[in-house]
Design a protein around this ligand. Structure first.
Ligand code: SGN
Ligand code: CA
Length: 515
C-alpha cells in the first residue's frame, strides 16, 4: 500500500545543467537542515512568547534574527514519520505513502537528498529517522533506533549498531561536527541533523536537571478546557493531568524518599543509565518530589503541579538543543561556512504544552499543525525577515532545490517559497493549506481528520465520525468555539468546502484515504 505514484526515478533526477558536478563545486550553497522533535513554537524565544522569555533559546534565535522567521509554517500531517517523509519527498502523505508512524517508507521514490547527490553534493543524515526502512540517498548516515534513547543511545549504521555513551543531543552534535570536519571539501554538502530532543519523555541532560526548578511557567488560559462542542477533543488521550504516565513522564515516585517511580512502562530506558547516572537521576527527582509529598496535592492543584513539572522538564531538555545549535553555528563560523550555507531550524511538527490541557500533537489545531521554522542564508535572506504567508513542509524540498539552482521536479506537490524569502511581491501566493491526519487507532486516540486552513478560518472534518469543525482564528485564536453550522457562517463554510475539494483534487487524494 506504500507503492502509490512512485515512479522509477533515478534516471529522471534533474541536474543543474550539463556540467552539474563542476558547477556544484564552484559556488553552490551548502544546506544544513536541523530538525528537532516536538518543539513547540511558544518554546522558542524568537517567537516572543511570555513562556519562552522565562527559558530563552538565544542560539536557535540567532538563525531567525540573522535570517527569516516563519510565522505561518504548517505541517501537512502532525506526526514525526509523516512530516519527515513530506519534507524529503515534497509531497503530501498519501502521495509519498507514509501516512502514519510505523508505515514502511518507500525509499525508492524521488527524494530531495537524491537530487542533491545527483548534482554533485555530498549528503549525510545524523540522528532520528523513524521511517522503518533504511535511509536512501545519503553518502553517510547514522540513525537512532526508532525513537532513540536519551541516555547512552544506540546508533545504527549500514553495517552495525553501536551503543554510545553520553546524552543524545550532545552525541548528535559531535557526530555532525565530526562529519563536517571530515567531509569531502571539494563538494558542497546537504546534511540533515535530526535531533531526538525534545520528544517524550522530555529527559534533560544532567547539567540541566535544575535549570528551571524555580521558574513558574504561565499556565495556558484553556488548561482546564471542557471540550464543549468538539467531539473529537472529548475522545483524545493526551491530557496532562489524566493521561501522562506519572513515573515515565512526570518522574513522580511512589512514596516520599522512594527510588521507585510510579507508572513507567518503558523501564528499559532507565536501565540504559550507568549506576552513577541512575543515582544522580534518583537524587534529583527524589529531592524535587519532596515538596509534592509535603503538600499532599489533589485535584486542580495536582493538575497544575503536573503542568509545571512538565513545562520545566520540557524546557530543560530544550536547553541542550539550544547549546547544540550554538556549537554547530560556531563551528560553521570558524570554518568560514556560515554565509554560504543555507541553515534551517525546524521541528517535525508543533506540540501542546498545556493548551487544551494537552501534551503531544496530531490535531489540526494551531499548536500542533504549526511547525516552527527559521532559515538563515544572507545572500538571499535579509536579517530580521518575517514570513507571514502560508507555507508548509511539502515546500521545503522545492525551496532548497531552487535556492541551489536545481530544477524542481514536476511531481513534487510543494512550491518553492524563495520569492517570499527574497521579499518579492507574491499576490498569487496560496490562501489555503491542506491537512490530513491518518493515525487512528493509535497513541493518544486522535480520530482521523482532514481540512483546510486559511489565514483567518479553518475547517476540519473528522470523516469517520462525520463531524465538522469551523474556527474563526481572528476572534477565537485558541480554537475553543466550534462555529460550524452557526447562523452567519454559511458563506465562509461554502468557500472553505470548495477549497477543500479543490485541494483534494489538486493533490489527488484517493477516495479510499477519506473513508
Ligand atoms: C511515542 C510516544 C507518544 C508519541 C509517539 C509519536 N509515547 O509513542 O506519546 O505520540 O511516540 O511521536 S512514549 O511513551 O513512547 O514516549 S512522534 O513525534 O515520533 O510522532
Ligand atoms: Ca515529533
Amino acid at each position: 500500500k506504500n507503492k502509490l505514484l512512485l515512479g522509477a526515478v533515478i534516471p529522471l533526477l534533474p541536474l543543474a545543467g550539463t556540467h552539474a558536478q563542476d558547477k556544484a563545486k564552484e559556488s553552490a550553497p551548502n544546506i544544513l537542515f536541523i530538525m528537532s522533535d516536538d518543539h513547540a513554537e511558544k518554546a522558542i524565544s524568537a517567537y516572543g512568547s511570555e513562556f519562552s522569555r522565562l527559558a530563552p533559546t538565544p542560539n536557535i534565535d540567532r538563525i531567525a534574527n540573522e535570517g527569516a522567521l516563519f510565522e505561518a509554517n504548517y505541517c501537512c500531517n502532525s506526526l514525526s514519520g509523516p512530516s519527515r517523509a513530506a519534507v524529503m519527498s515534497g509531497k503530501h502523505s498519501h502521495a509519498n505513502g507514509f501516512m502514519r508512524n510505523g508505515n514502511k517508507f518507500d525509499g525508492s521514490q524521488l527524494l530531495v537528498q537524491k537530487i542533491f547527490q545527483a548534482n554533485g553534493y555530498q549528503t549525510a543524515l545524523i540522528g532520528k529517522w523513524h521511517l522503518v526502512t533504511k535511509p536512501t540517498g545519503f553518502d553517510y548516515w547514522t540513525i537512532l533506533n526508532d525513537q532513540g534513547e536519551y541516555y547512552n543511545p544506540d546508533f545504527i549504521t549500514e553495517n552495525d549498531t553501536v551503543r554510545i555513551d553520553g546524552y543524545v543531543t550532545d552525541i548528535i552534535t559531535e557526530k555532525t561536527i565530526d562529519w563536517l570536519e571530515h567531509r569531502n571539501r571539494s563538494k558542497p554538502f546537504f546534511m540533515m541533523m535530526n535531533h531526538k530532543a525534545v520528544h517524550r519523555n522530555w529527559w534533560p541532560a544532567e547539567r540541566h536537571y535544575h535549570l528551571y526548578d524555580n521558574v513558574d511557567f504561565p499556565v495556558p488560559a484553556n488548561y482546564f478546557d471542557d471540550y464543549e462542542g468538539r467531539k473529537a477533543a472529548q475522545k483524545q488521550k493526551m491530557n496532562i493531568y489524566r493521561d501522562m504516565y506519572e513515573g515515565h513522564d512526570l518522574k513522580m515516585n511512589v512514596a516520599k524518599g522512594s527510588d521507585s517511580l510510579r507508572f513507567d512502562p518503558w523501564k528499559h530506558l532507565n536501565r540504559r543509565m550507568t549506576p552513577e547516572q541512575w543515582k544522580r537521576f534518583n537524587d534529583n527527582y527524589r529531592e524535587k518530589n519532596n515538596s509534592l509529598w509535603e503538600r499532599d496535592l489533589q485535584g486542580k492543584d495536582l493538575a497544575l503541579w503536573k503542568y509545571q513539572r512538565y513545562a520545566r522538564e520540557y524546557m530543560a531538555t530544550i536547553a541542550s538543543l539550544d547549546e547544540s545549535i550554538g556549537k554547530t553555528l560556531d563551528y560553521l563560523k570558524k570554518e568560514g561556512l556560515l554565509d554560504n550555507t543555507i541553515i534551517v531550524y525546524c521541528s517535525d511538527q508543533g506540540f501542546y504544552v498545556g493548551e487544551h490541557g494537552w501534551f503531544d500533537k496530531r490535531f489540526m489545531y494551531e499548536e500542533s499543525m504549526k511547525m516552527p521554522m527559521m532559515m538563515r542564508f544572507p545572500p538571499k535572506i535579509k536579517a530580521g525577515t518575517h514570513i507571514t504567508k502560508l507555507t508548509q513542509n511539502i515546500d521545503f524540498a522545492p525551496t532548497f532545490l531552487e535556492m541551489c539552482g536545481i530544477d524542481v521536479p514536476k511531481e513534487m506537490q510543494g512550491v518553492s517559497f524563495l520569492p517570499l524569502l527574497e521579499g518579492k511581491k507574491t499576490p498569487d501566493w496560496r490562501k489555503y493549506l491542506y491537512y490530513h491526519f491518518y493515525e487512528f487507532p493509535g497513541f493518544h486516540s486522535v480520530h482521523k481528520h482532514y481540512g483546510v486552513k486559511g489565514e483567518r478560518y479553518k475547517l476540519m472534518y473528522f470523516y469517520q465520525d462525520k463531524e465538522w469543525e469551523l474556527y474563526d482564528l481572528k476572534n477565537d485564536p485558541m480554537e475553543m468555539h466550534n462555529i460550524y453550522g452557526r447562523k452567519g457562517t454559511e458563506k465562509i463554510t461554502a468557500e472553505l468546502k470548495k477549497e477543500l475539494t479543490r485541494l483534494q483534487q489538486q493533490y489527488k487524494v484517493p477516495q479510499r484515504c477519506m473513508e
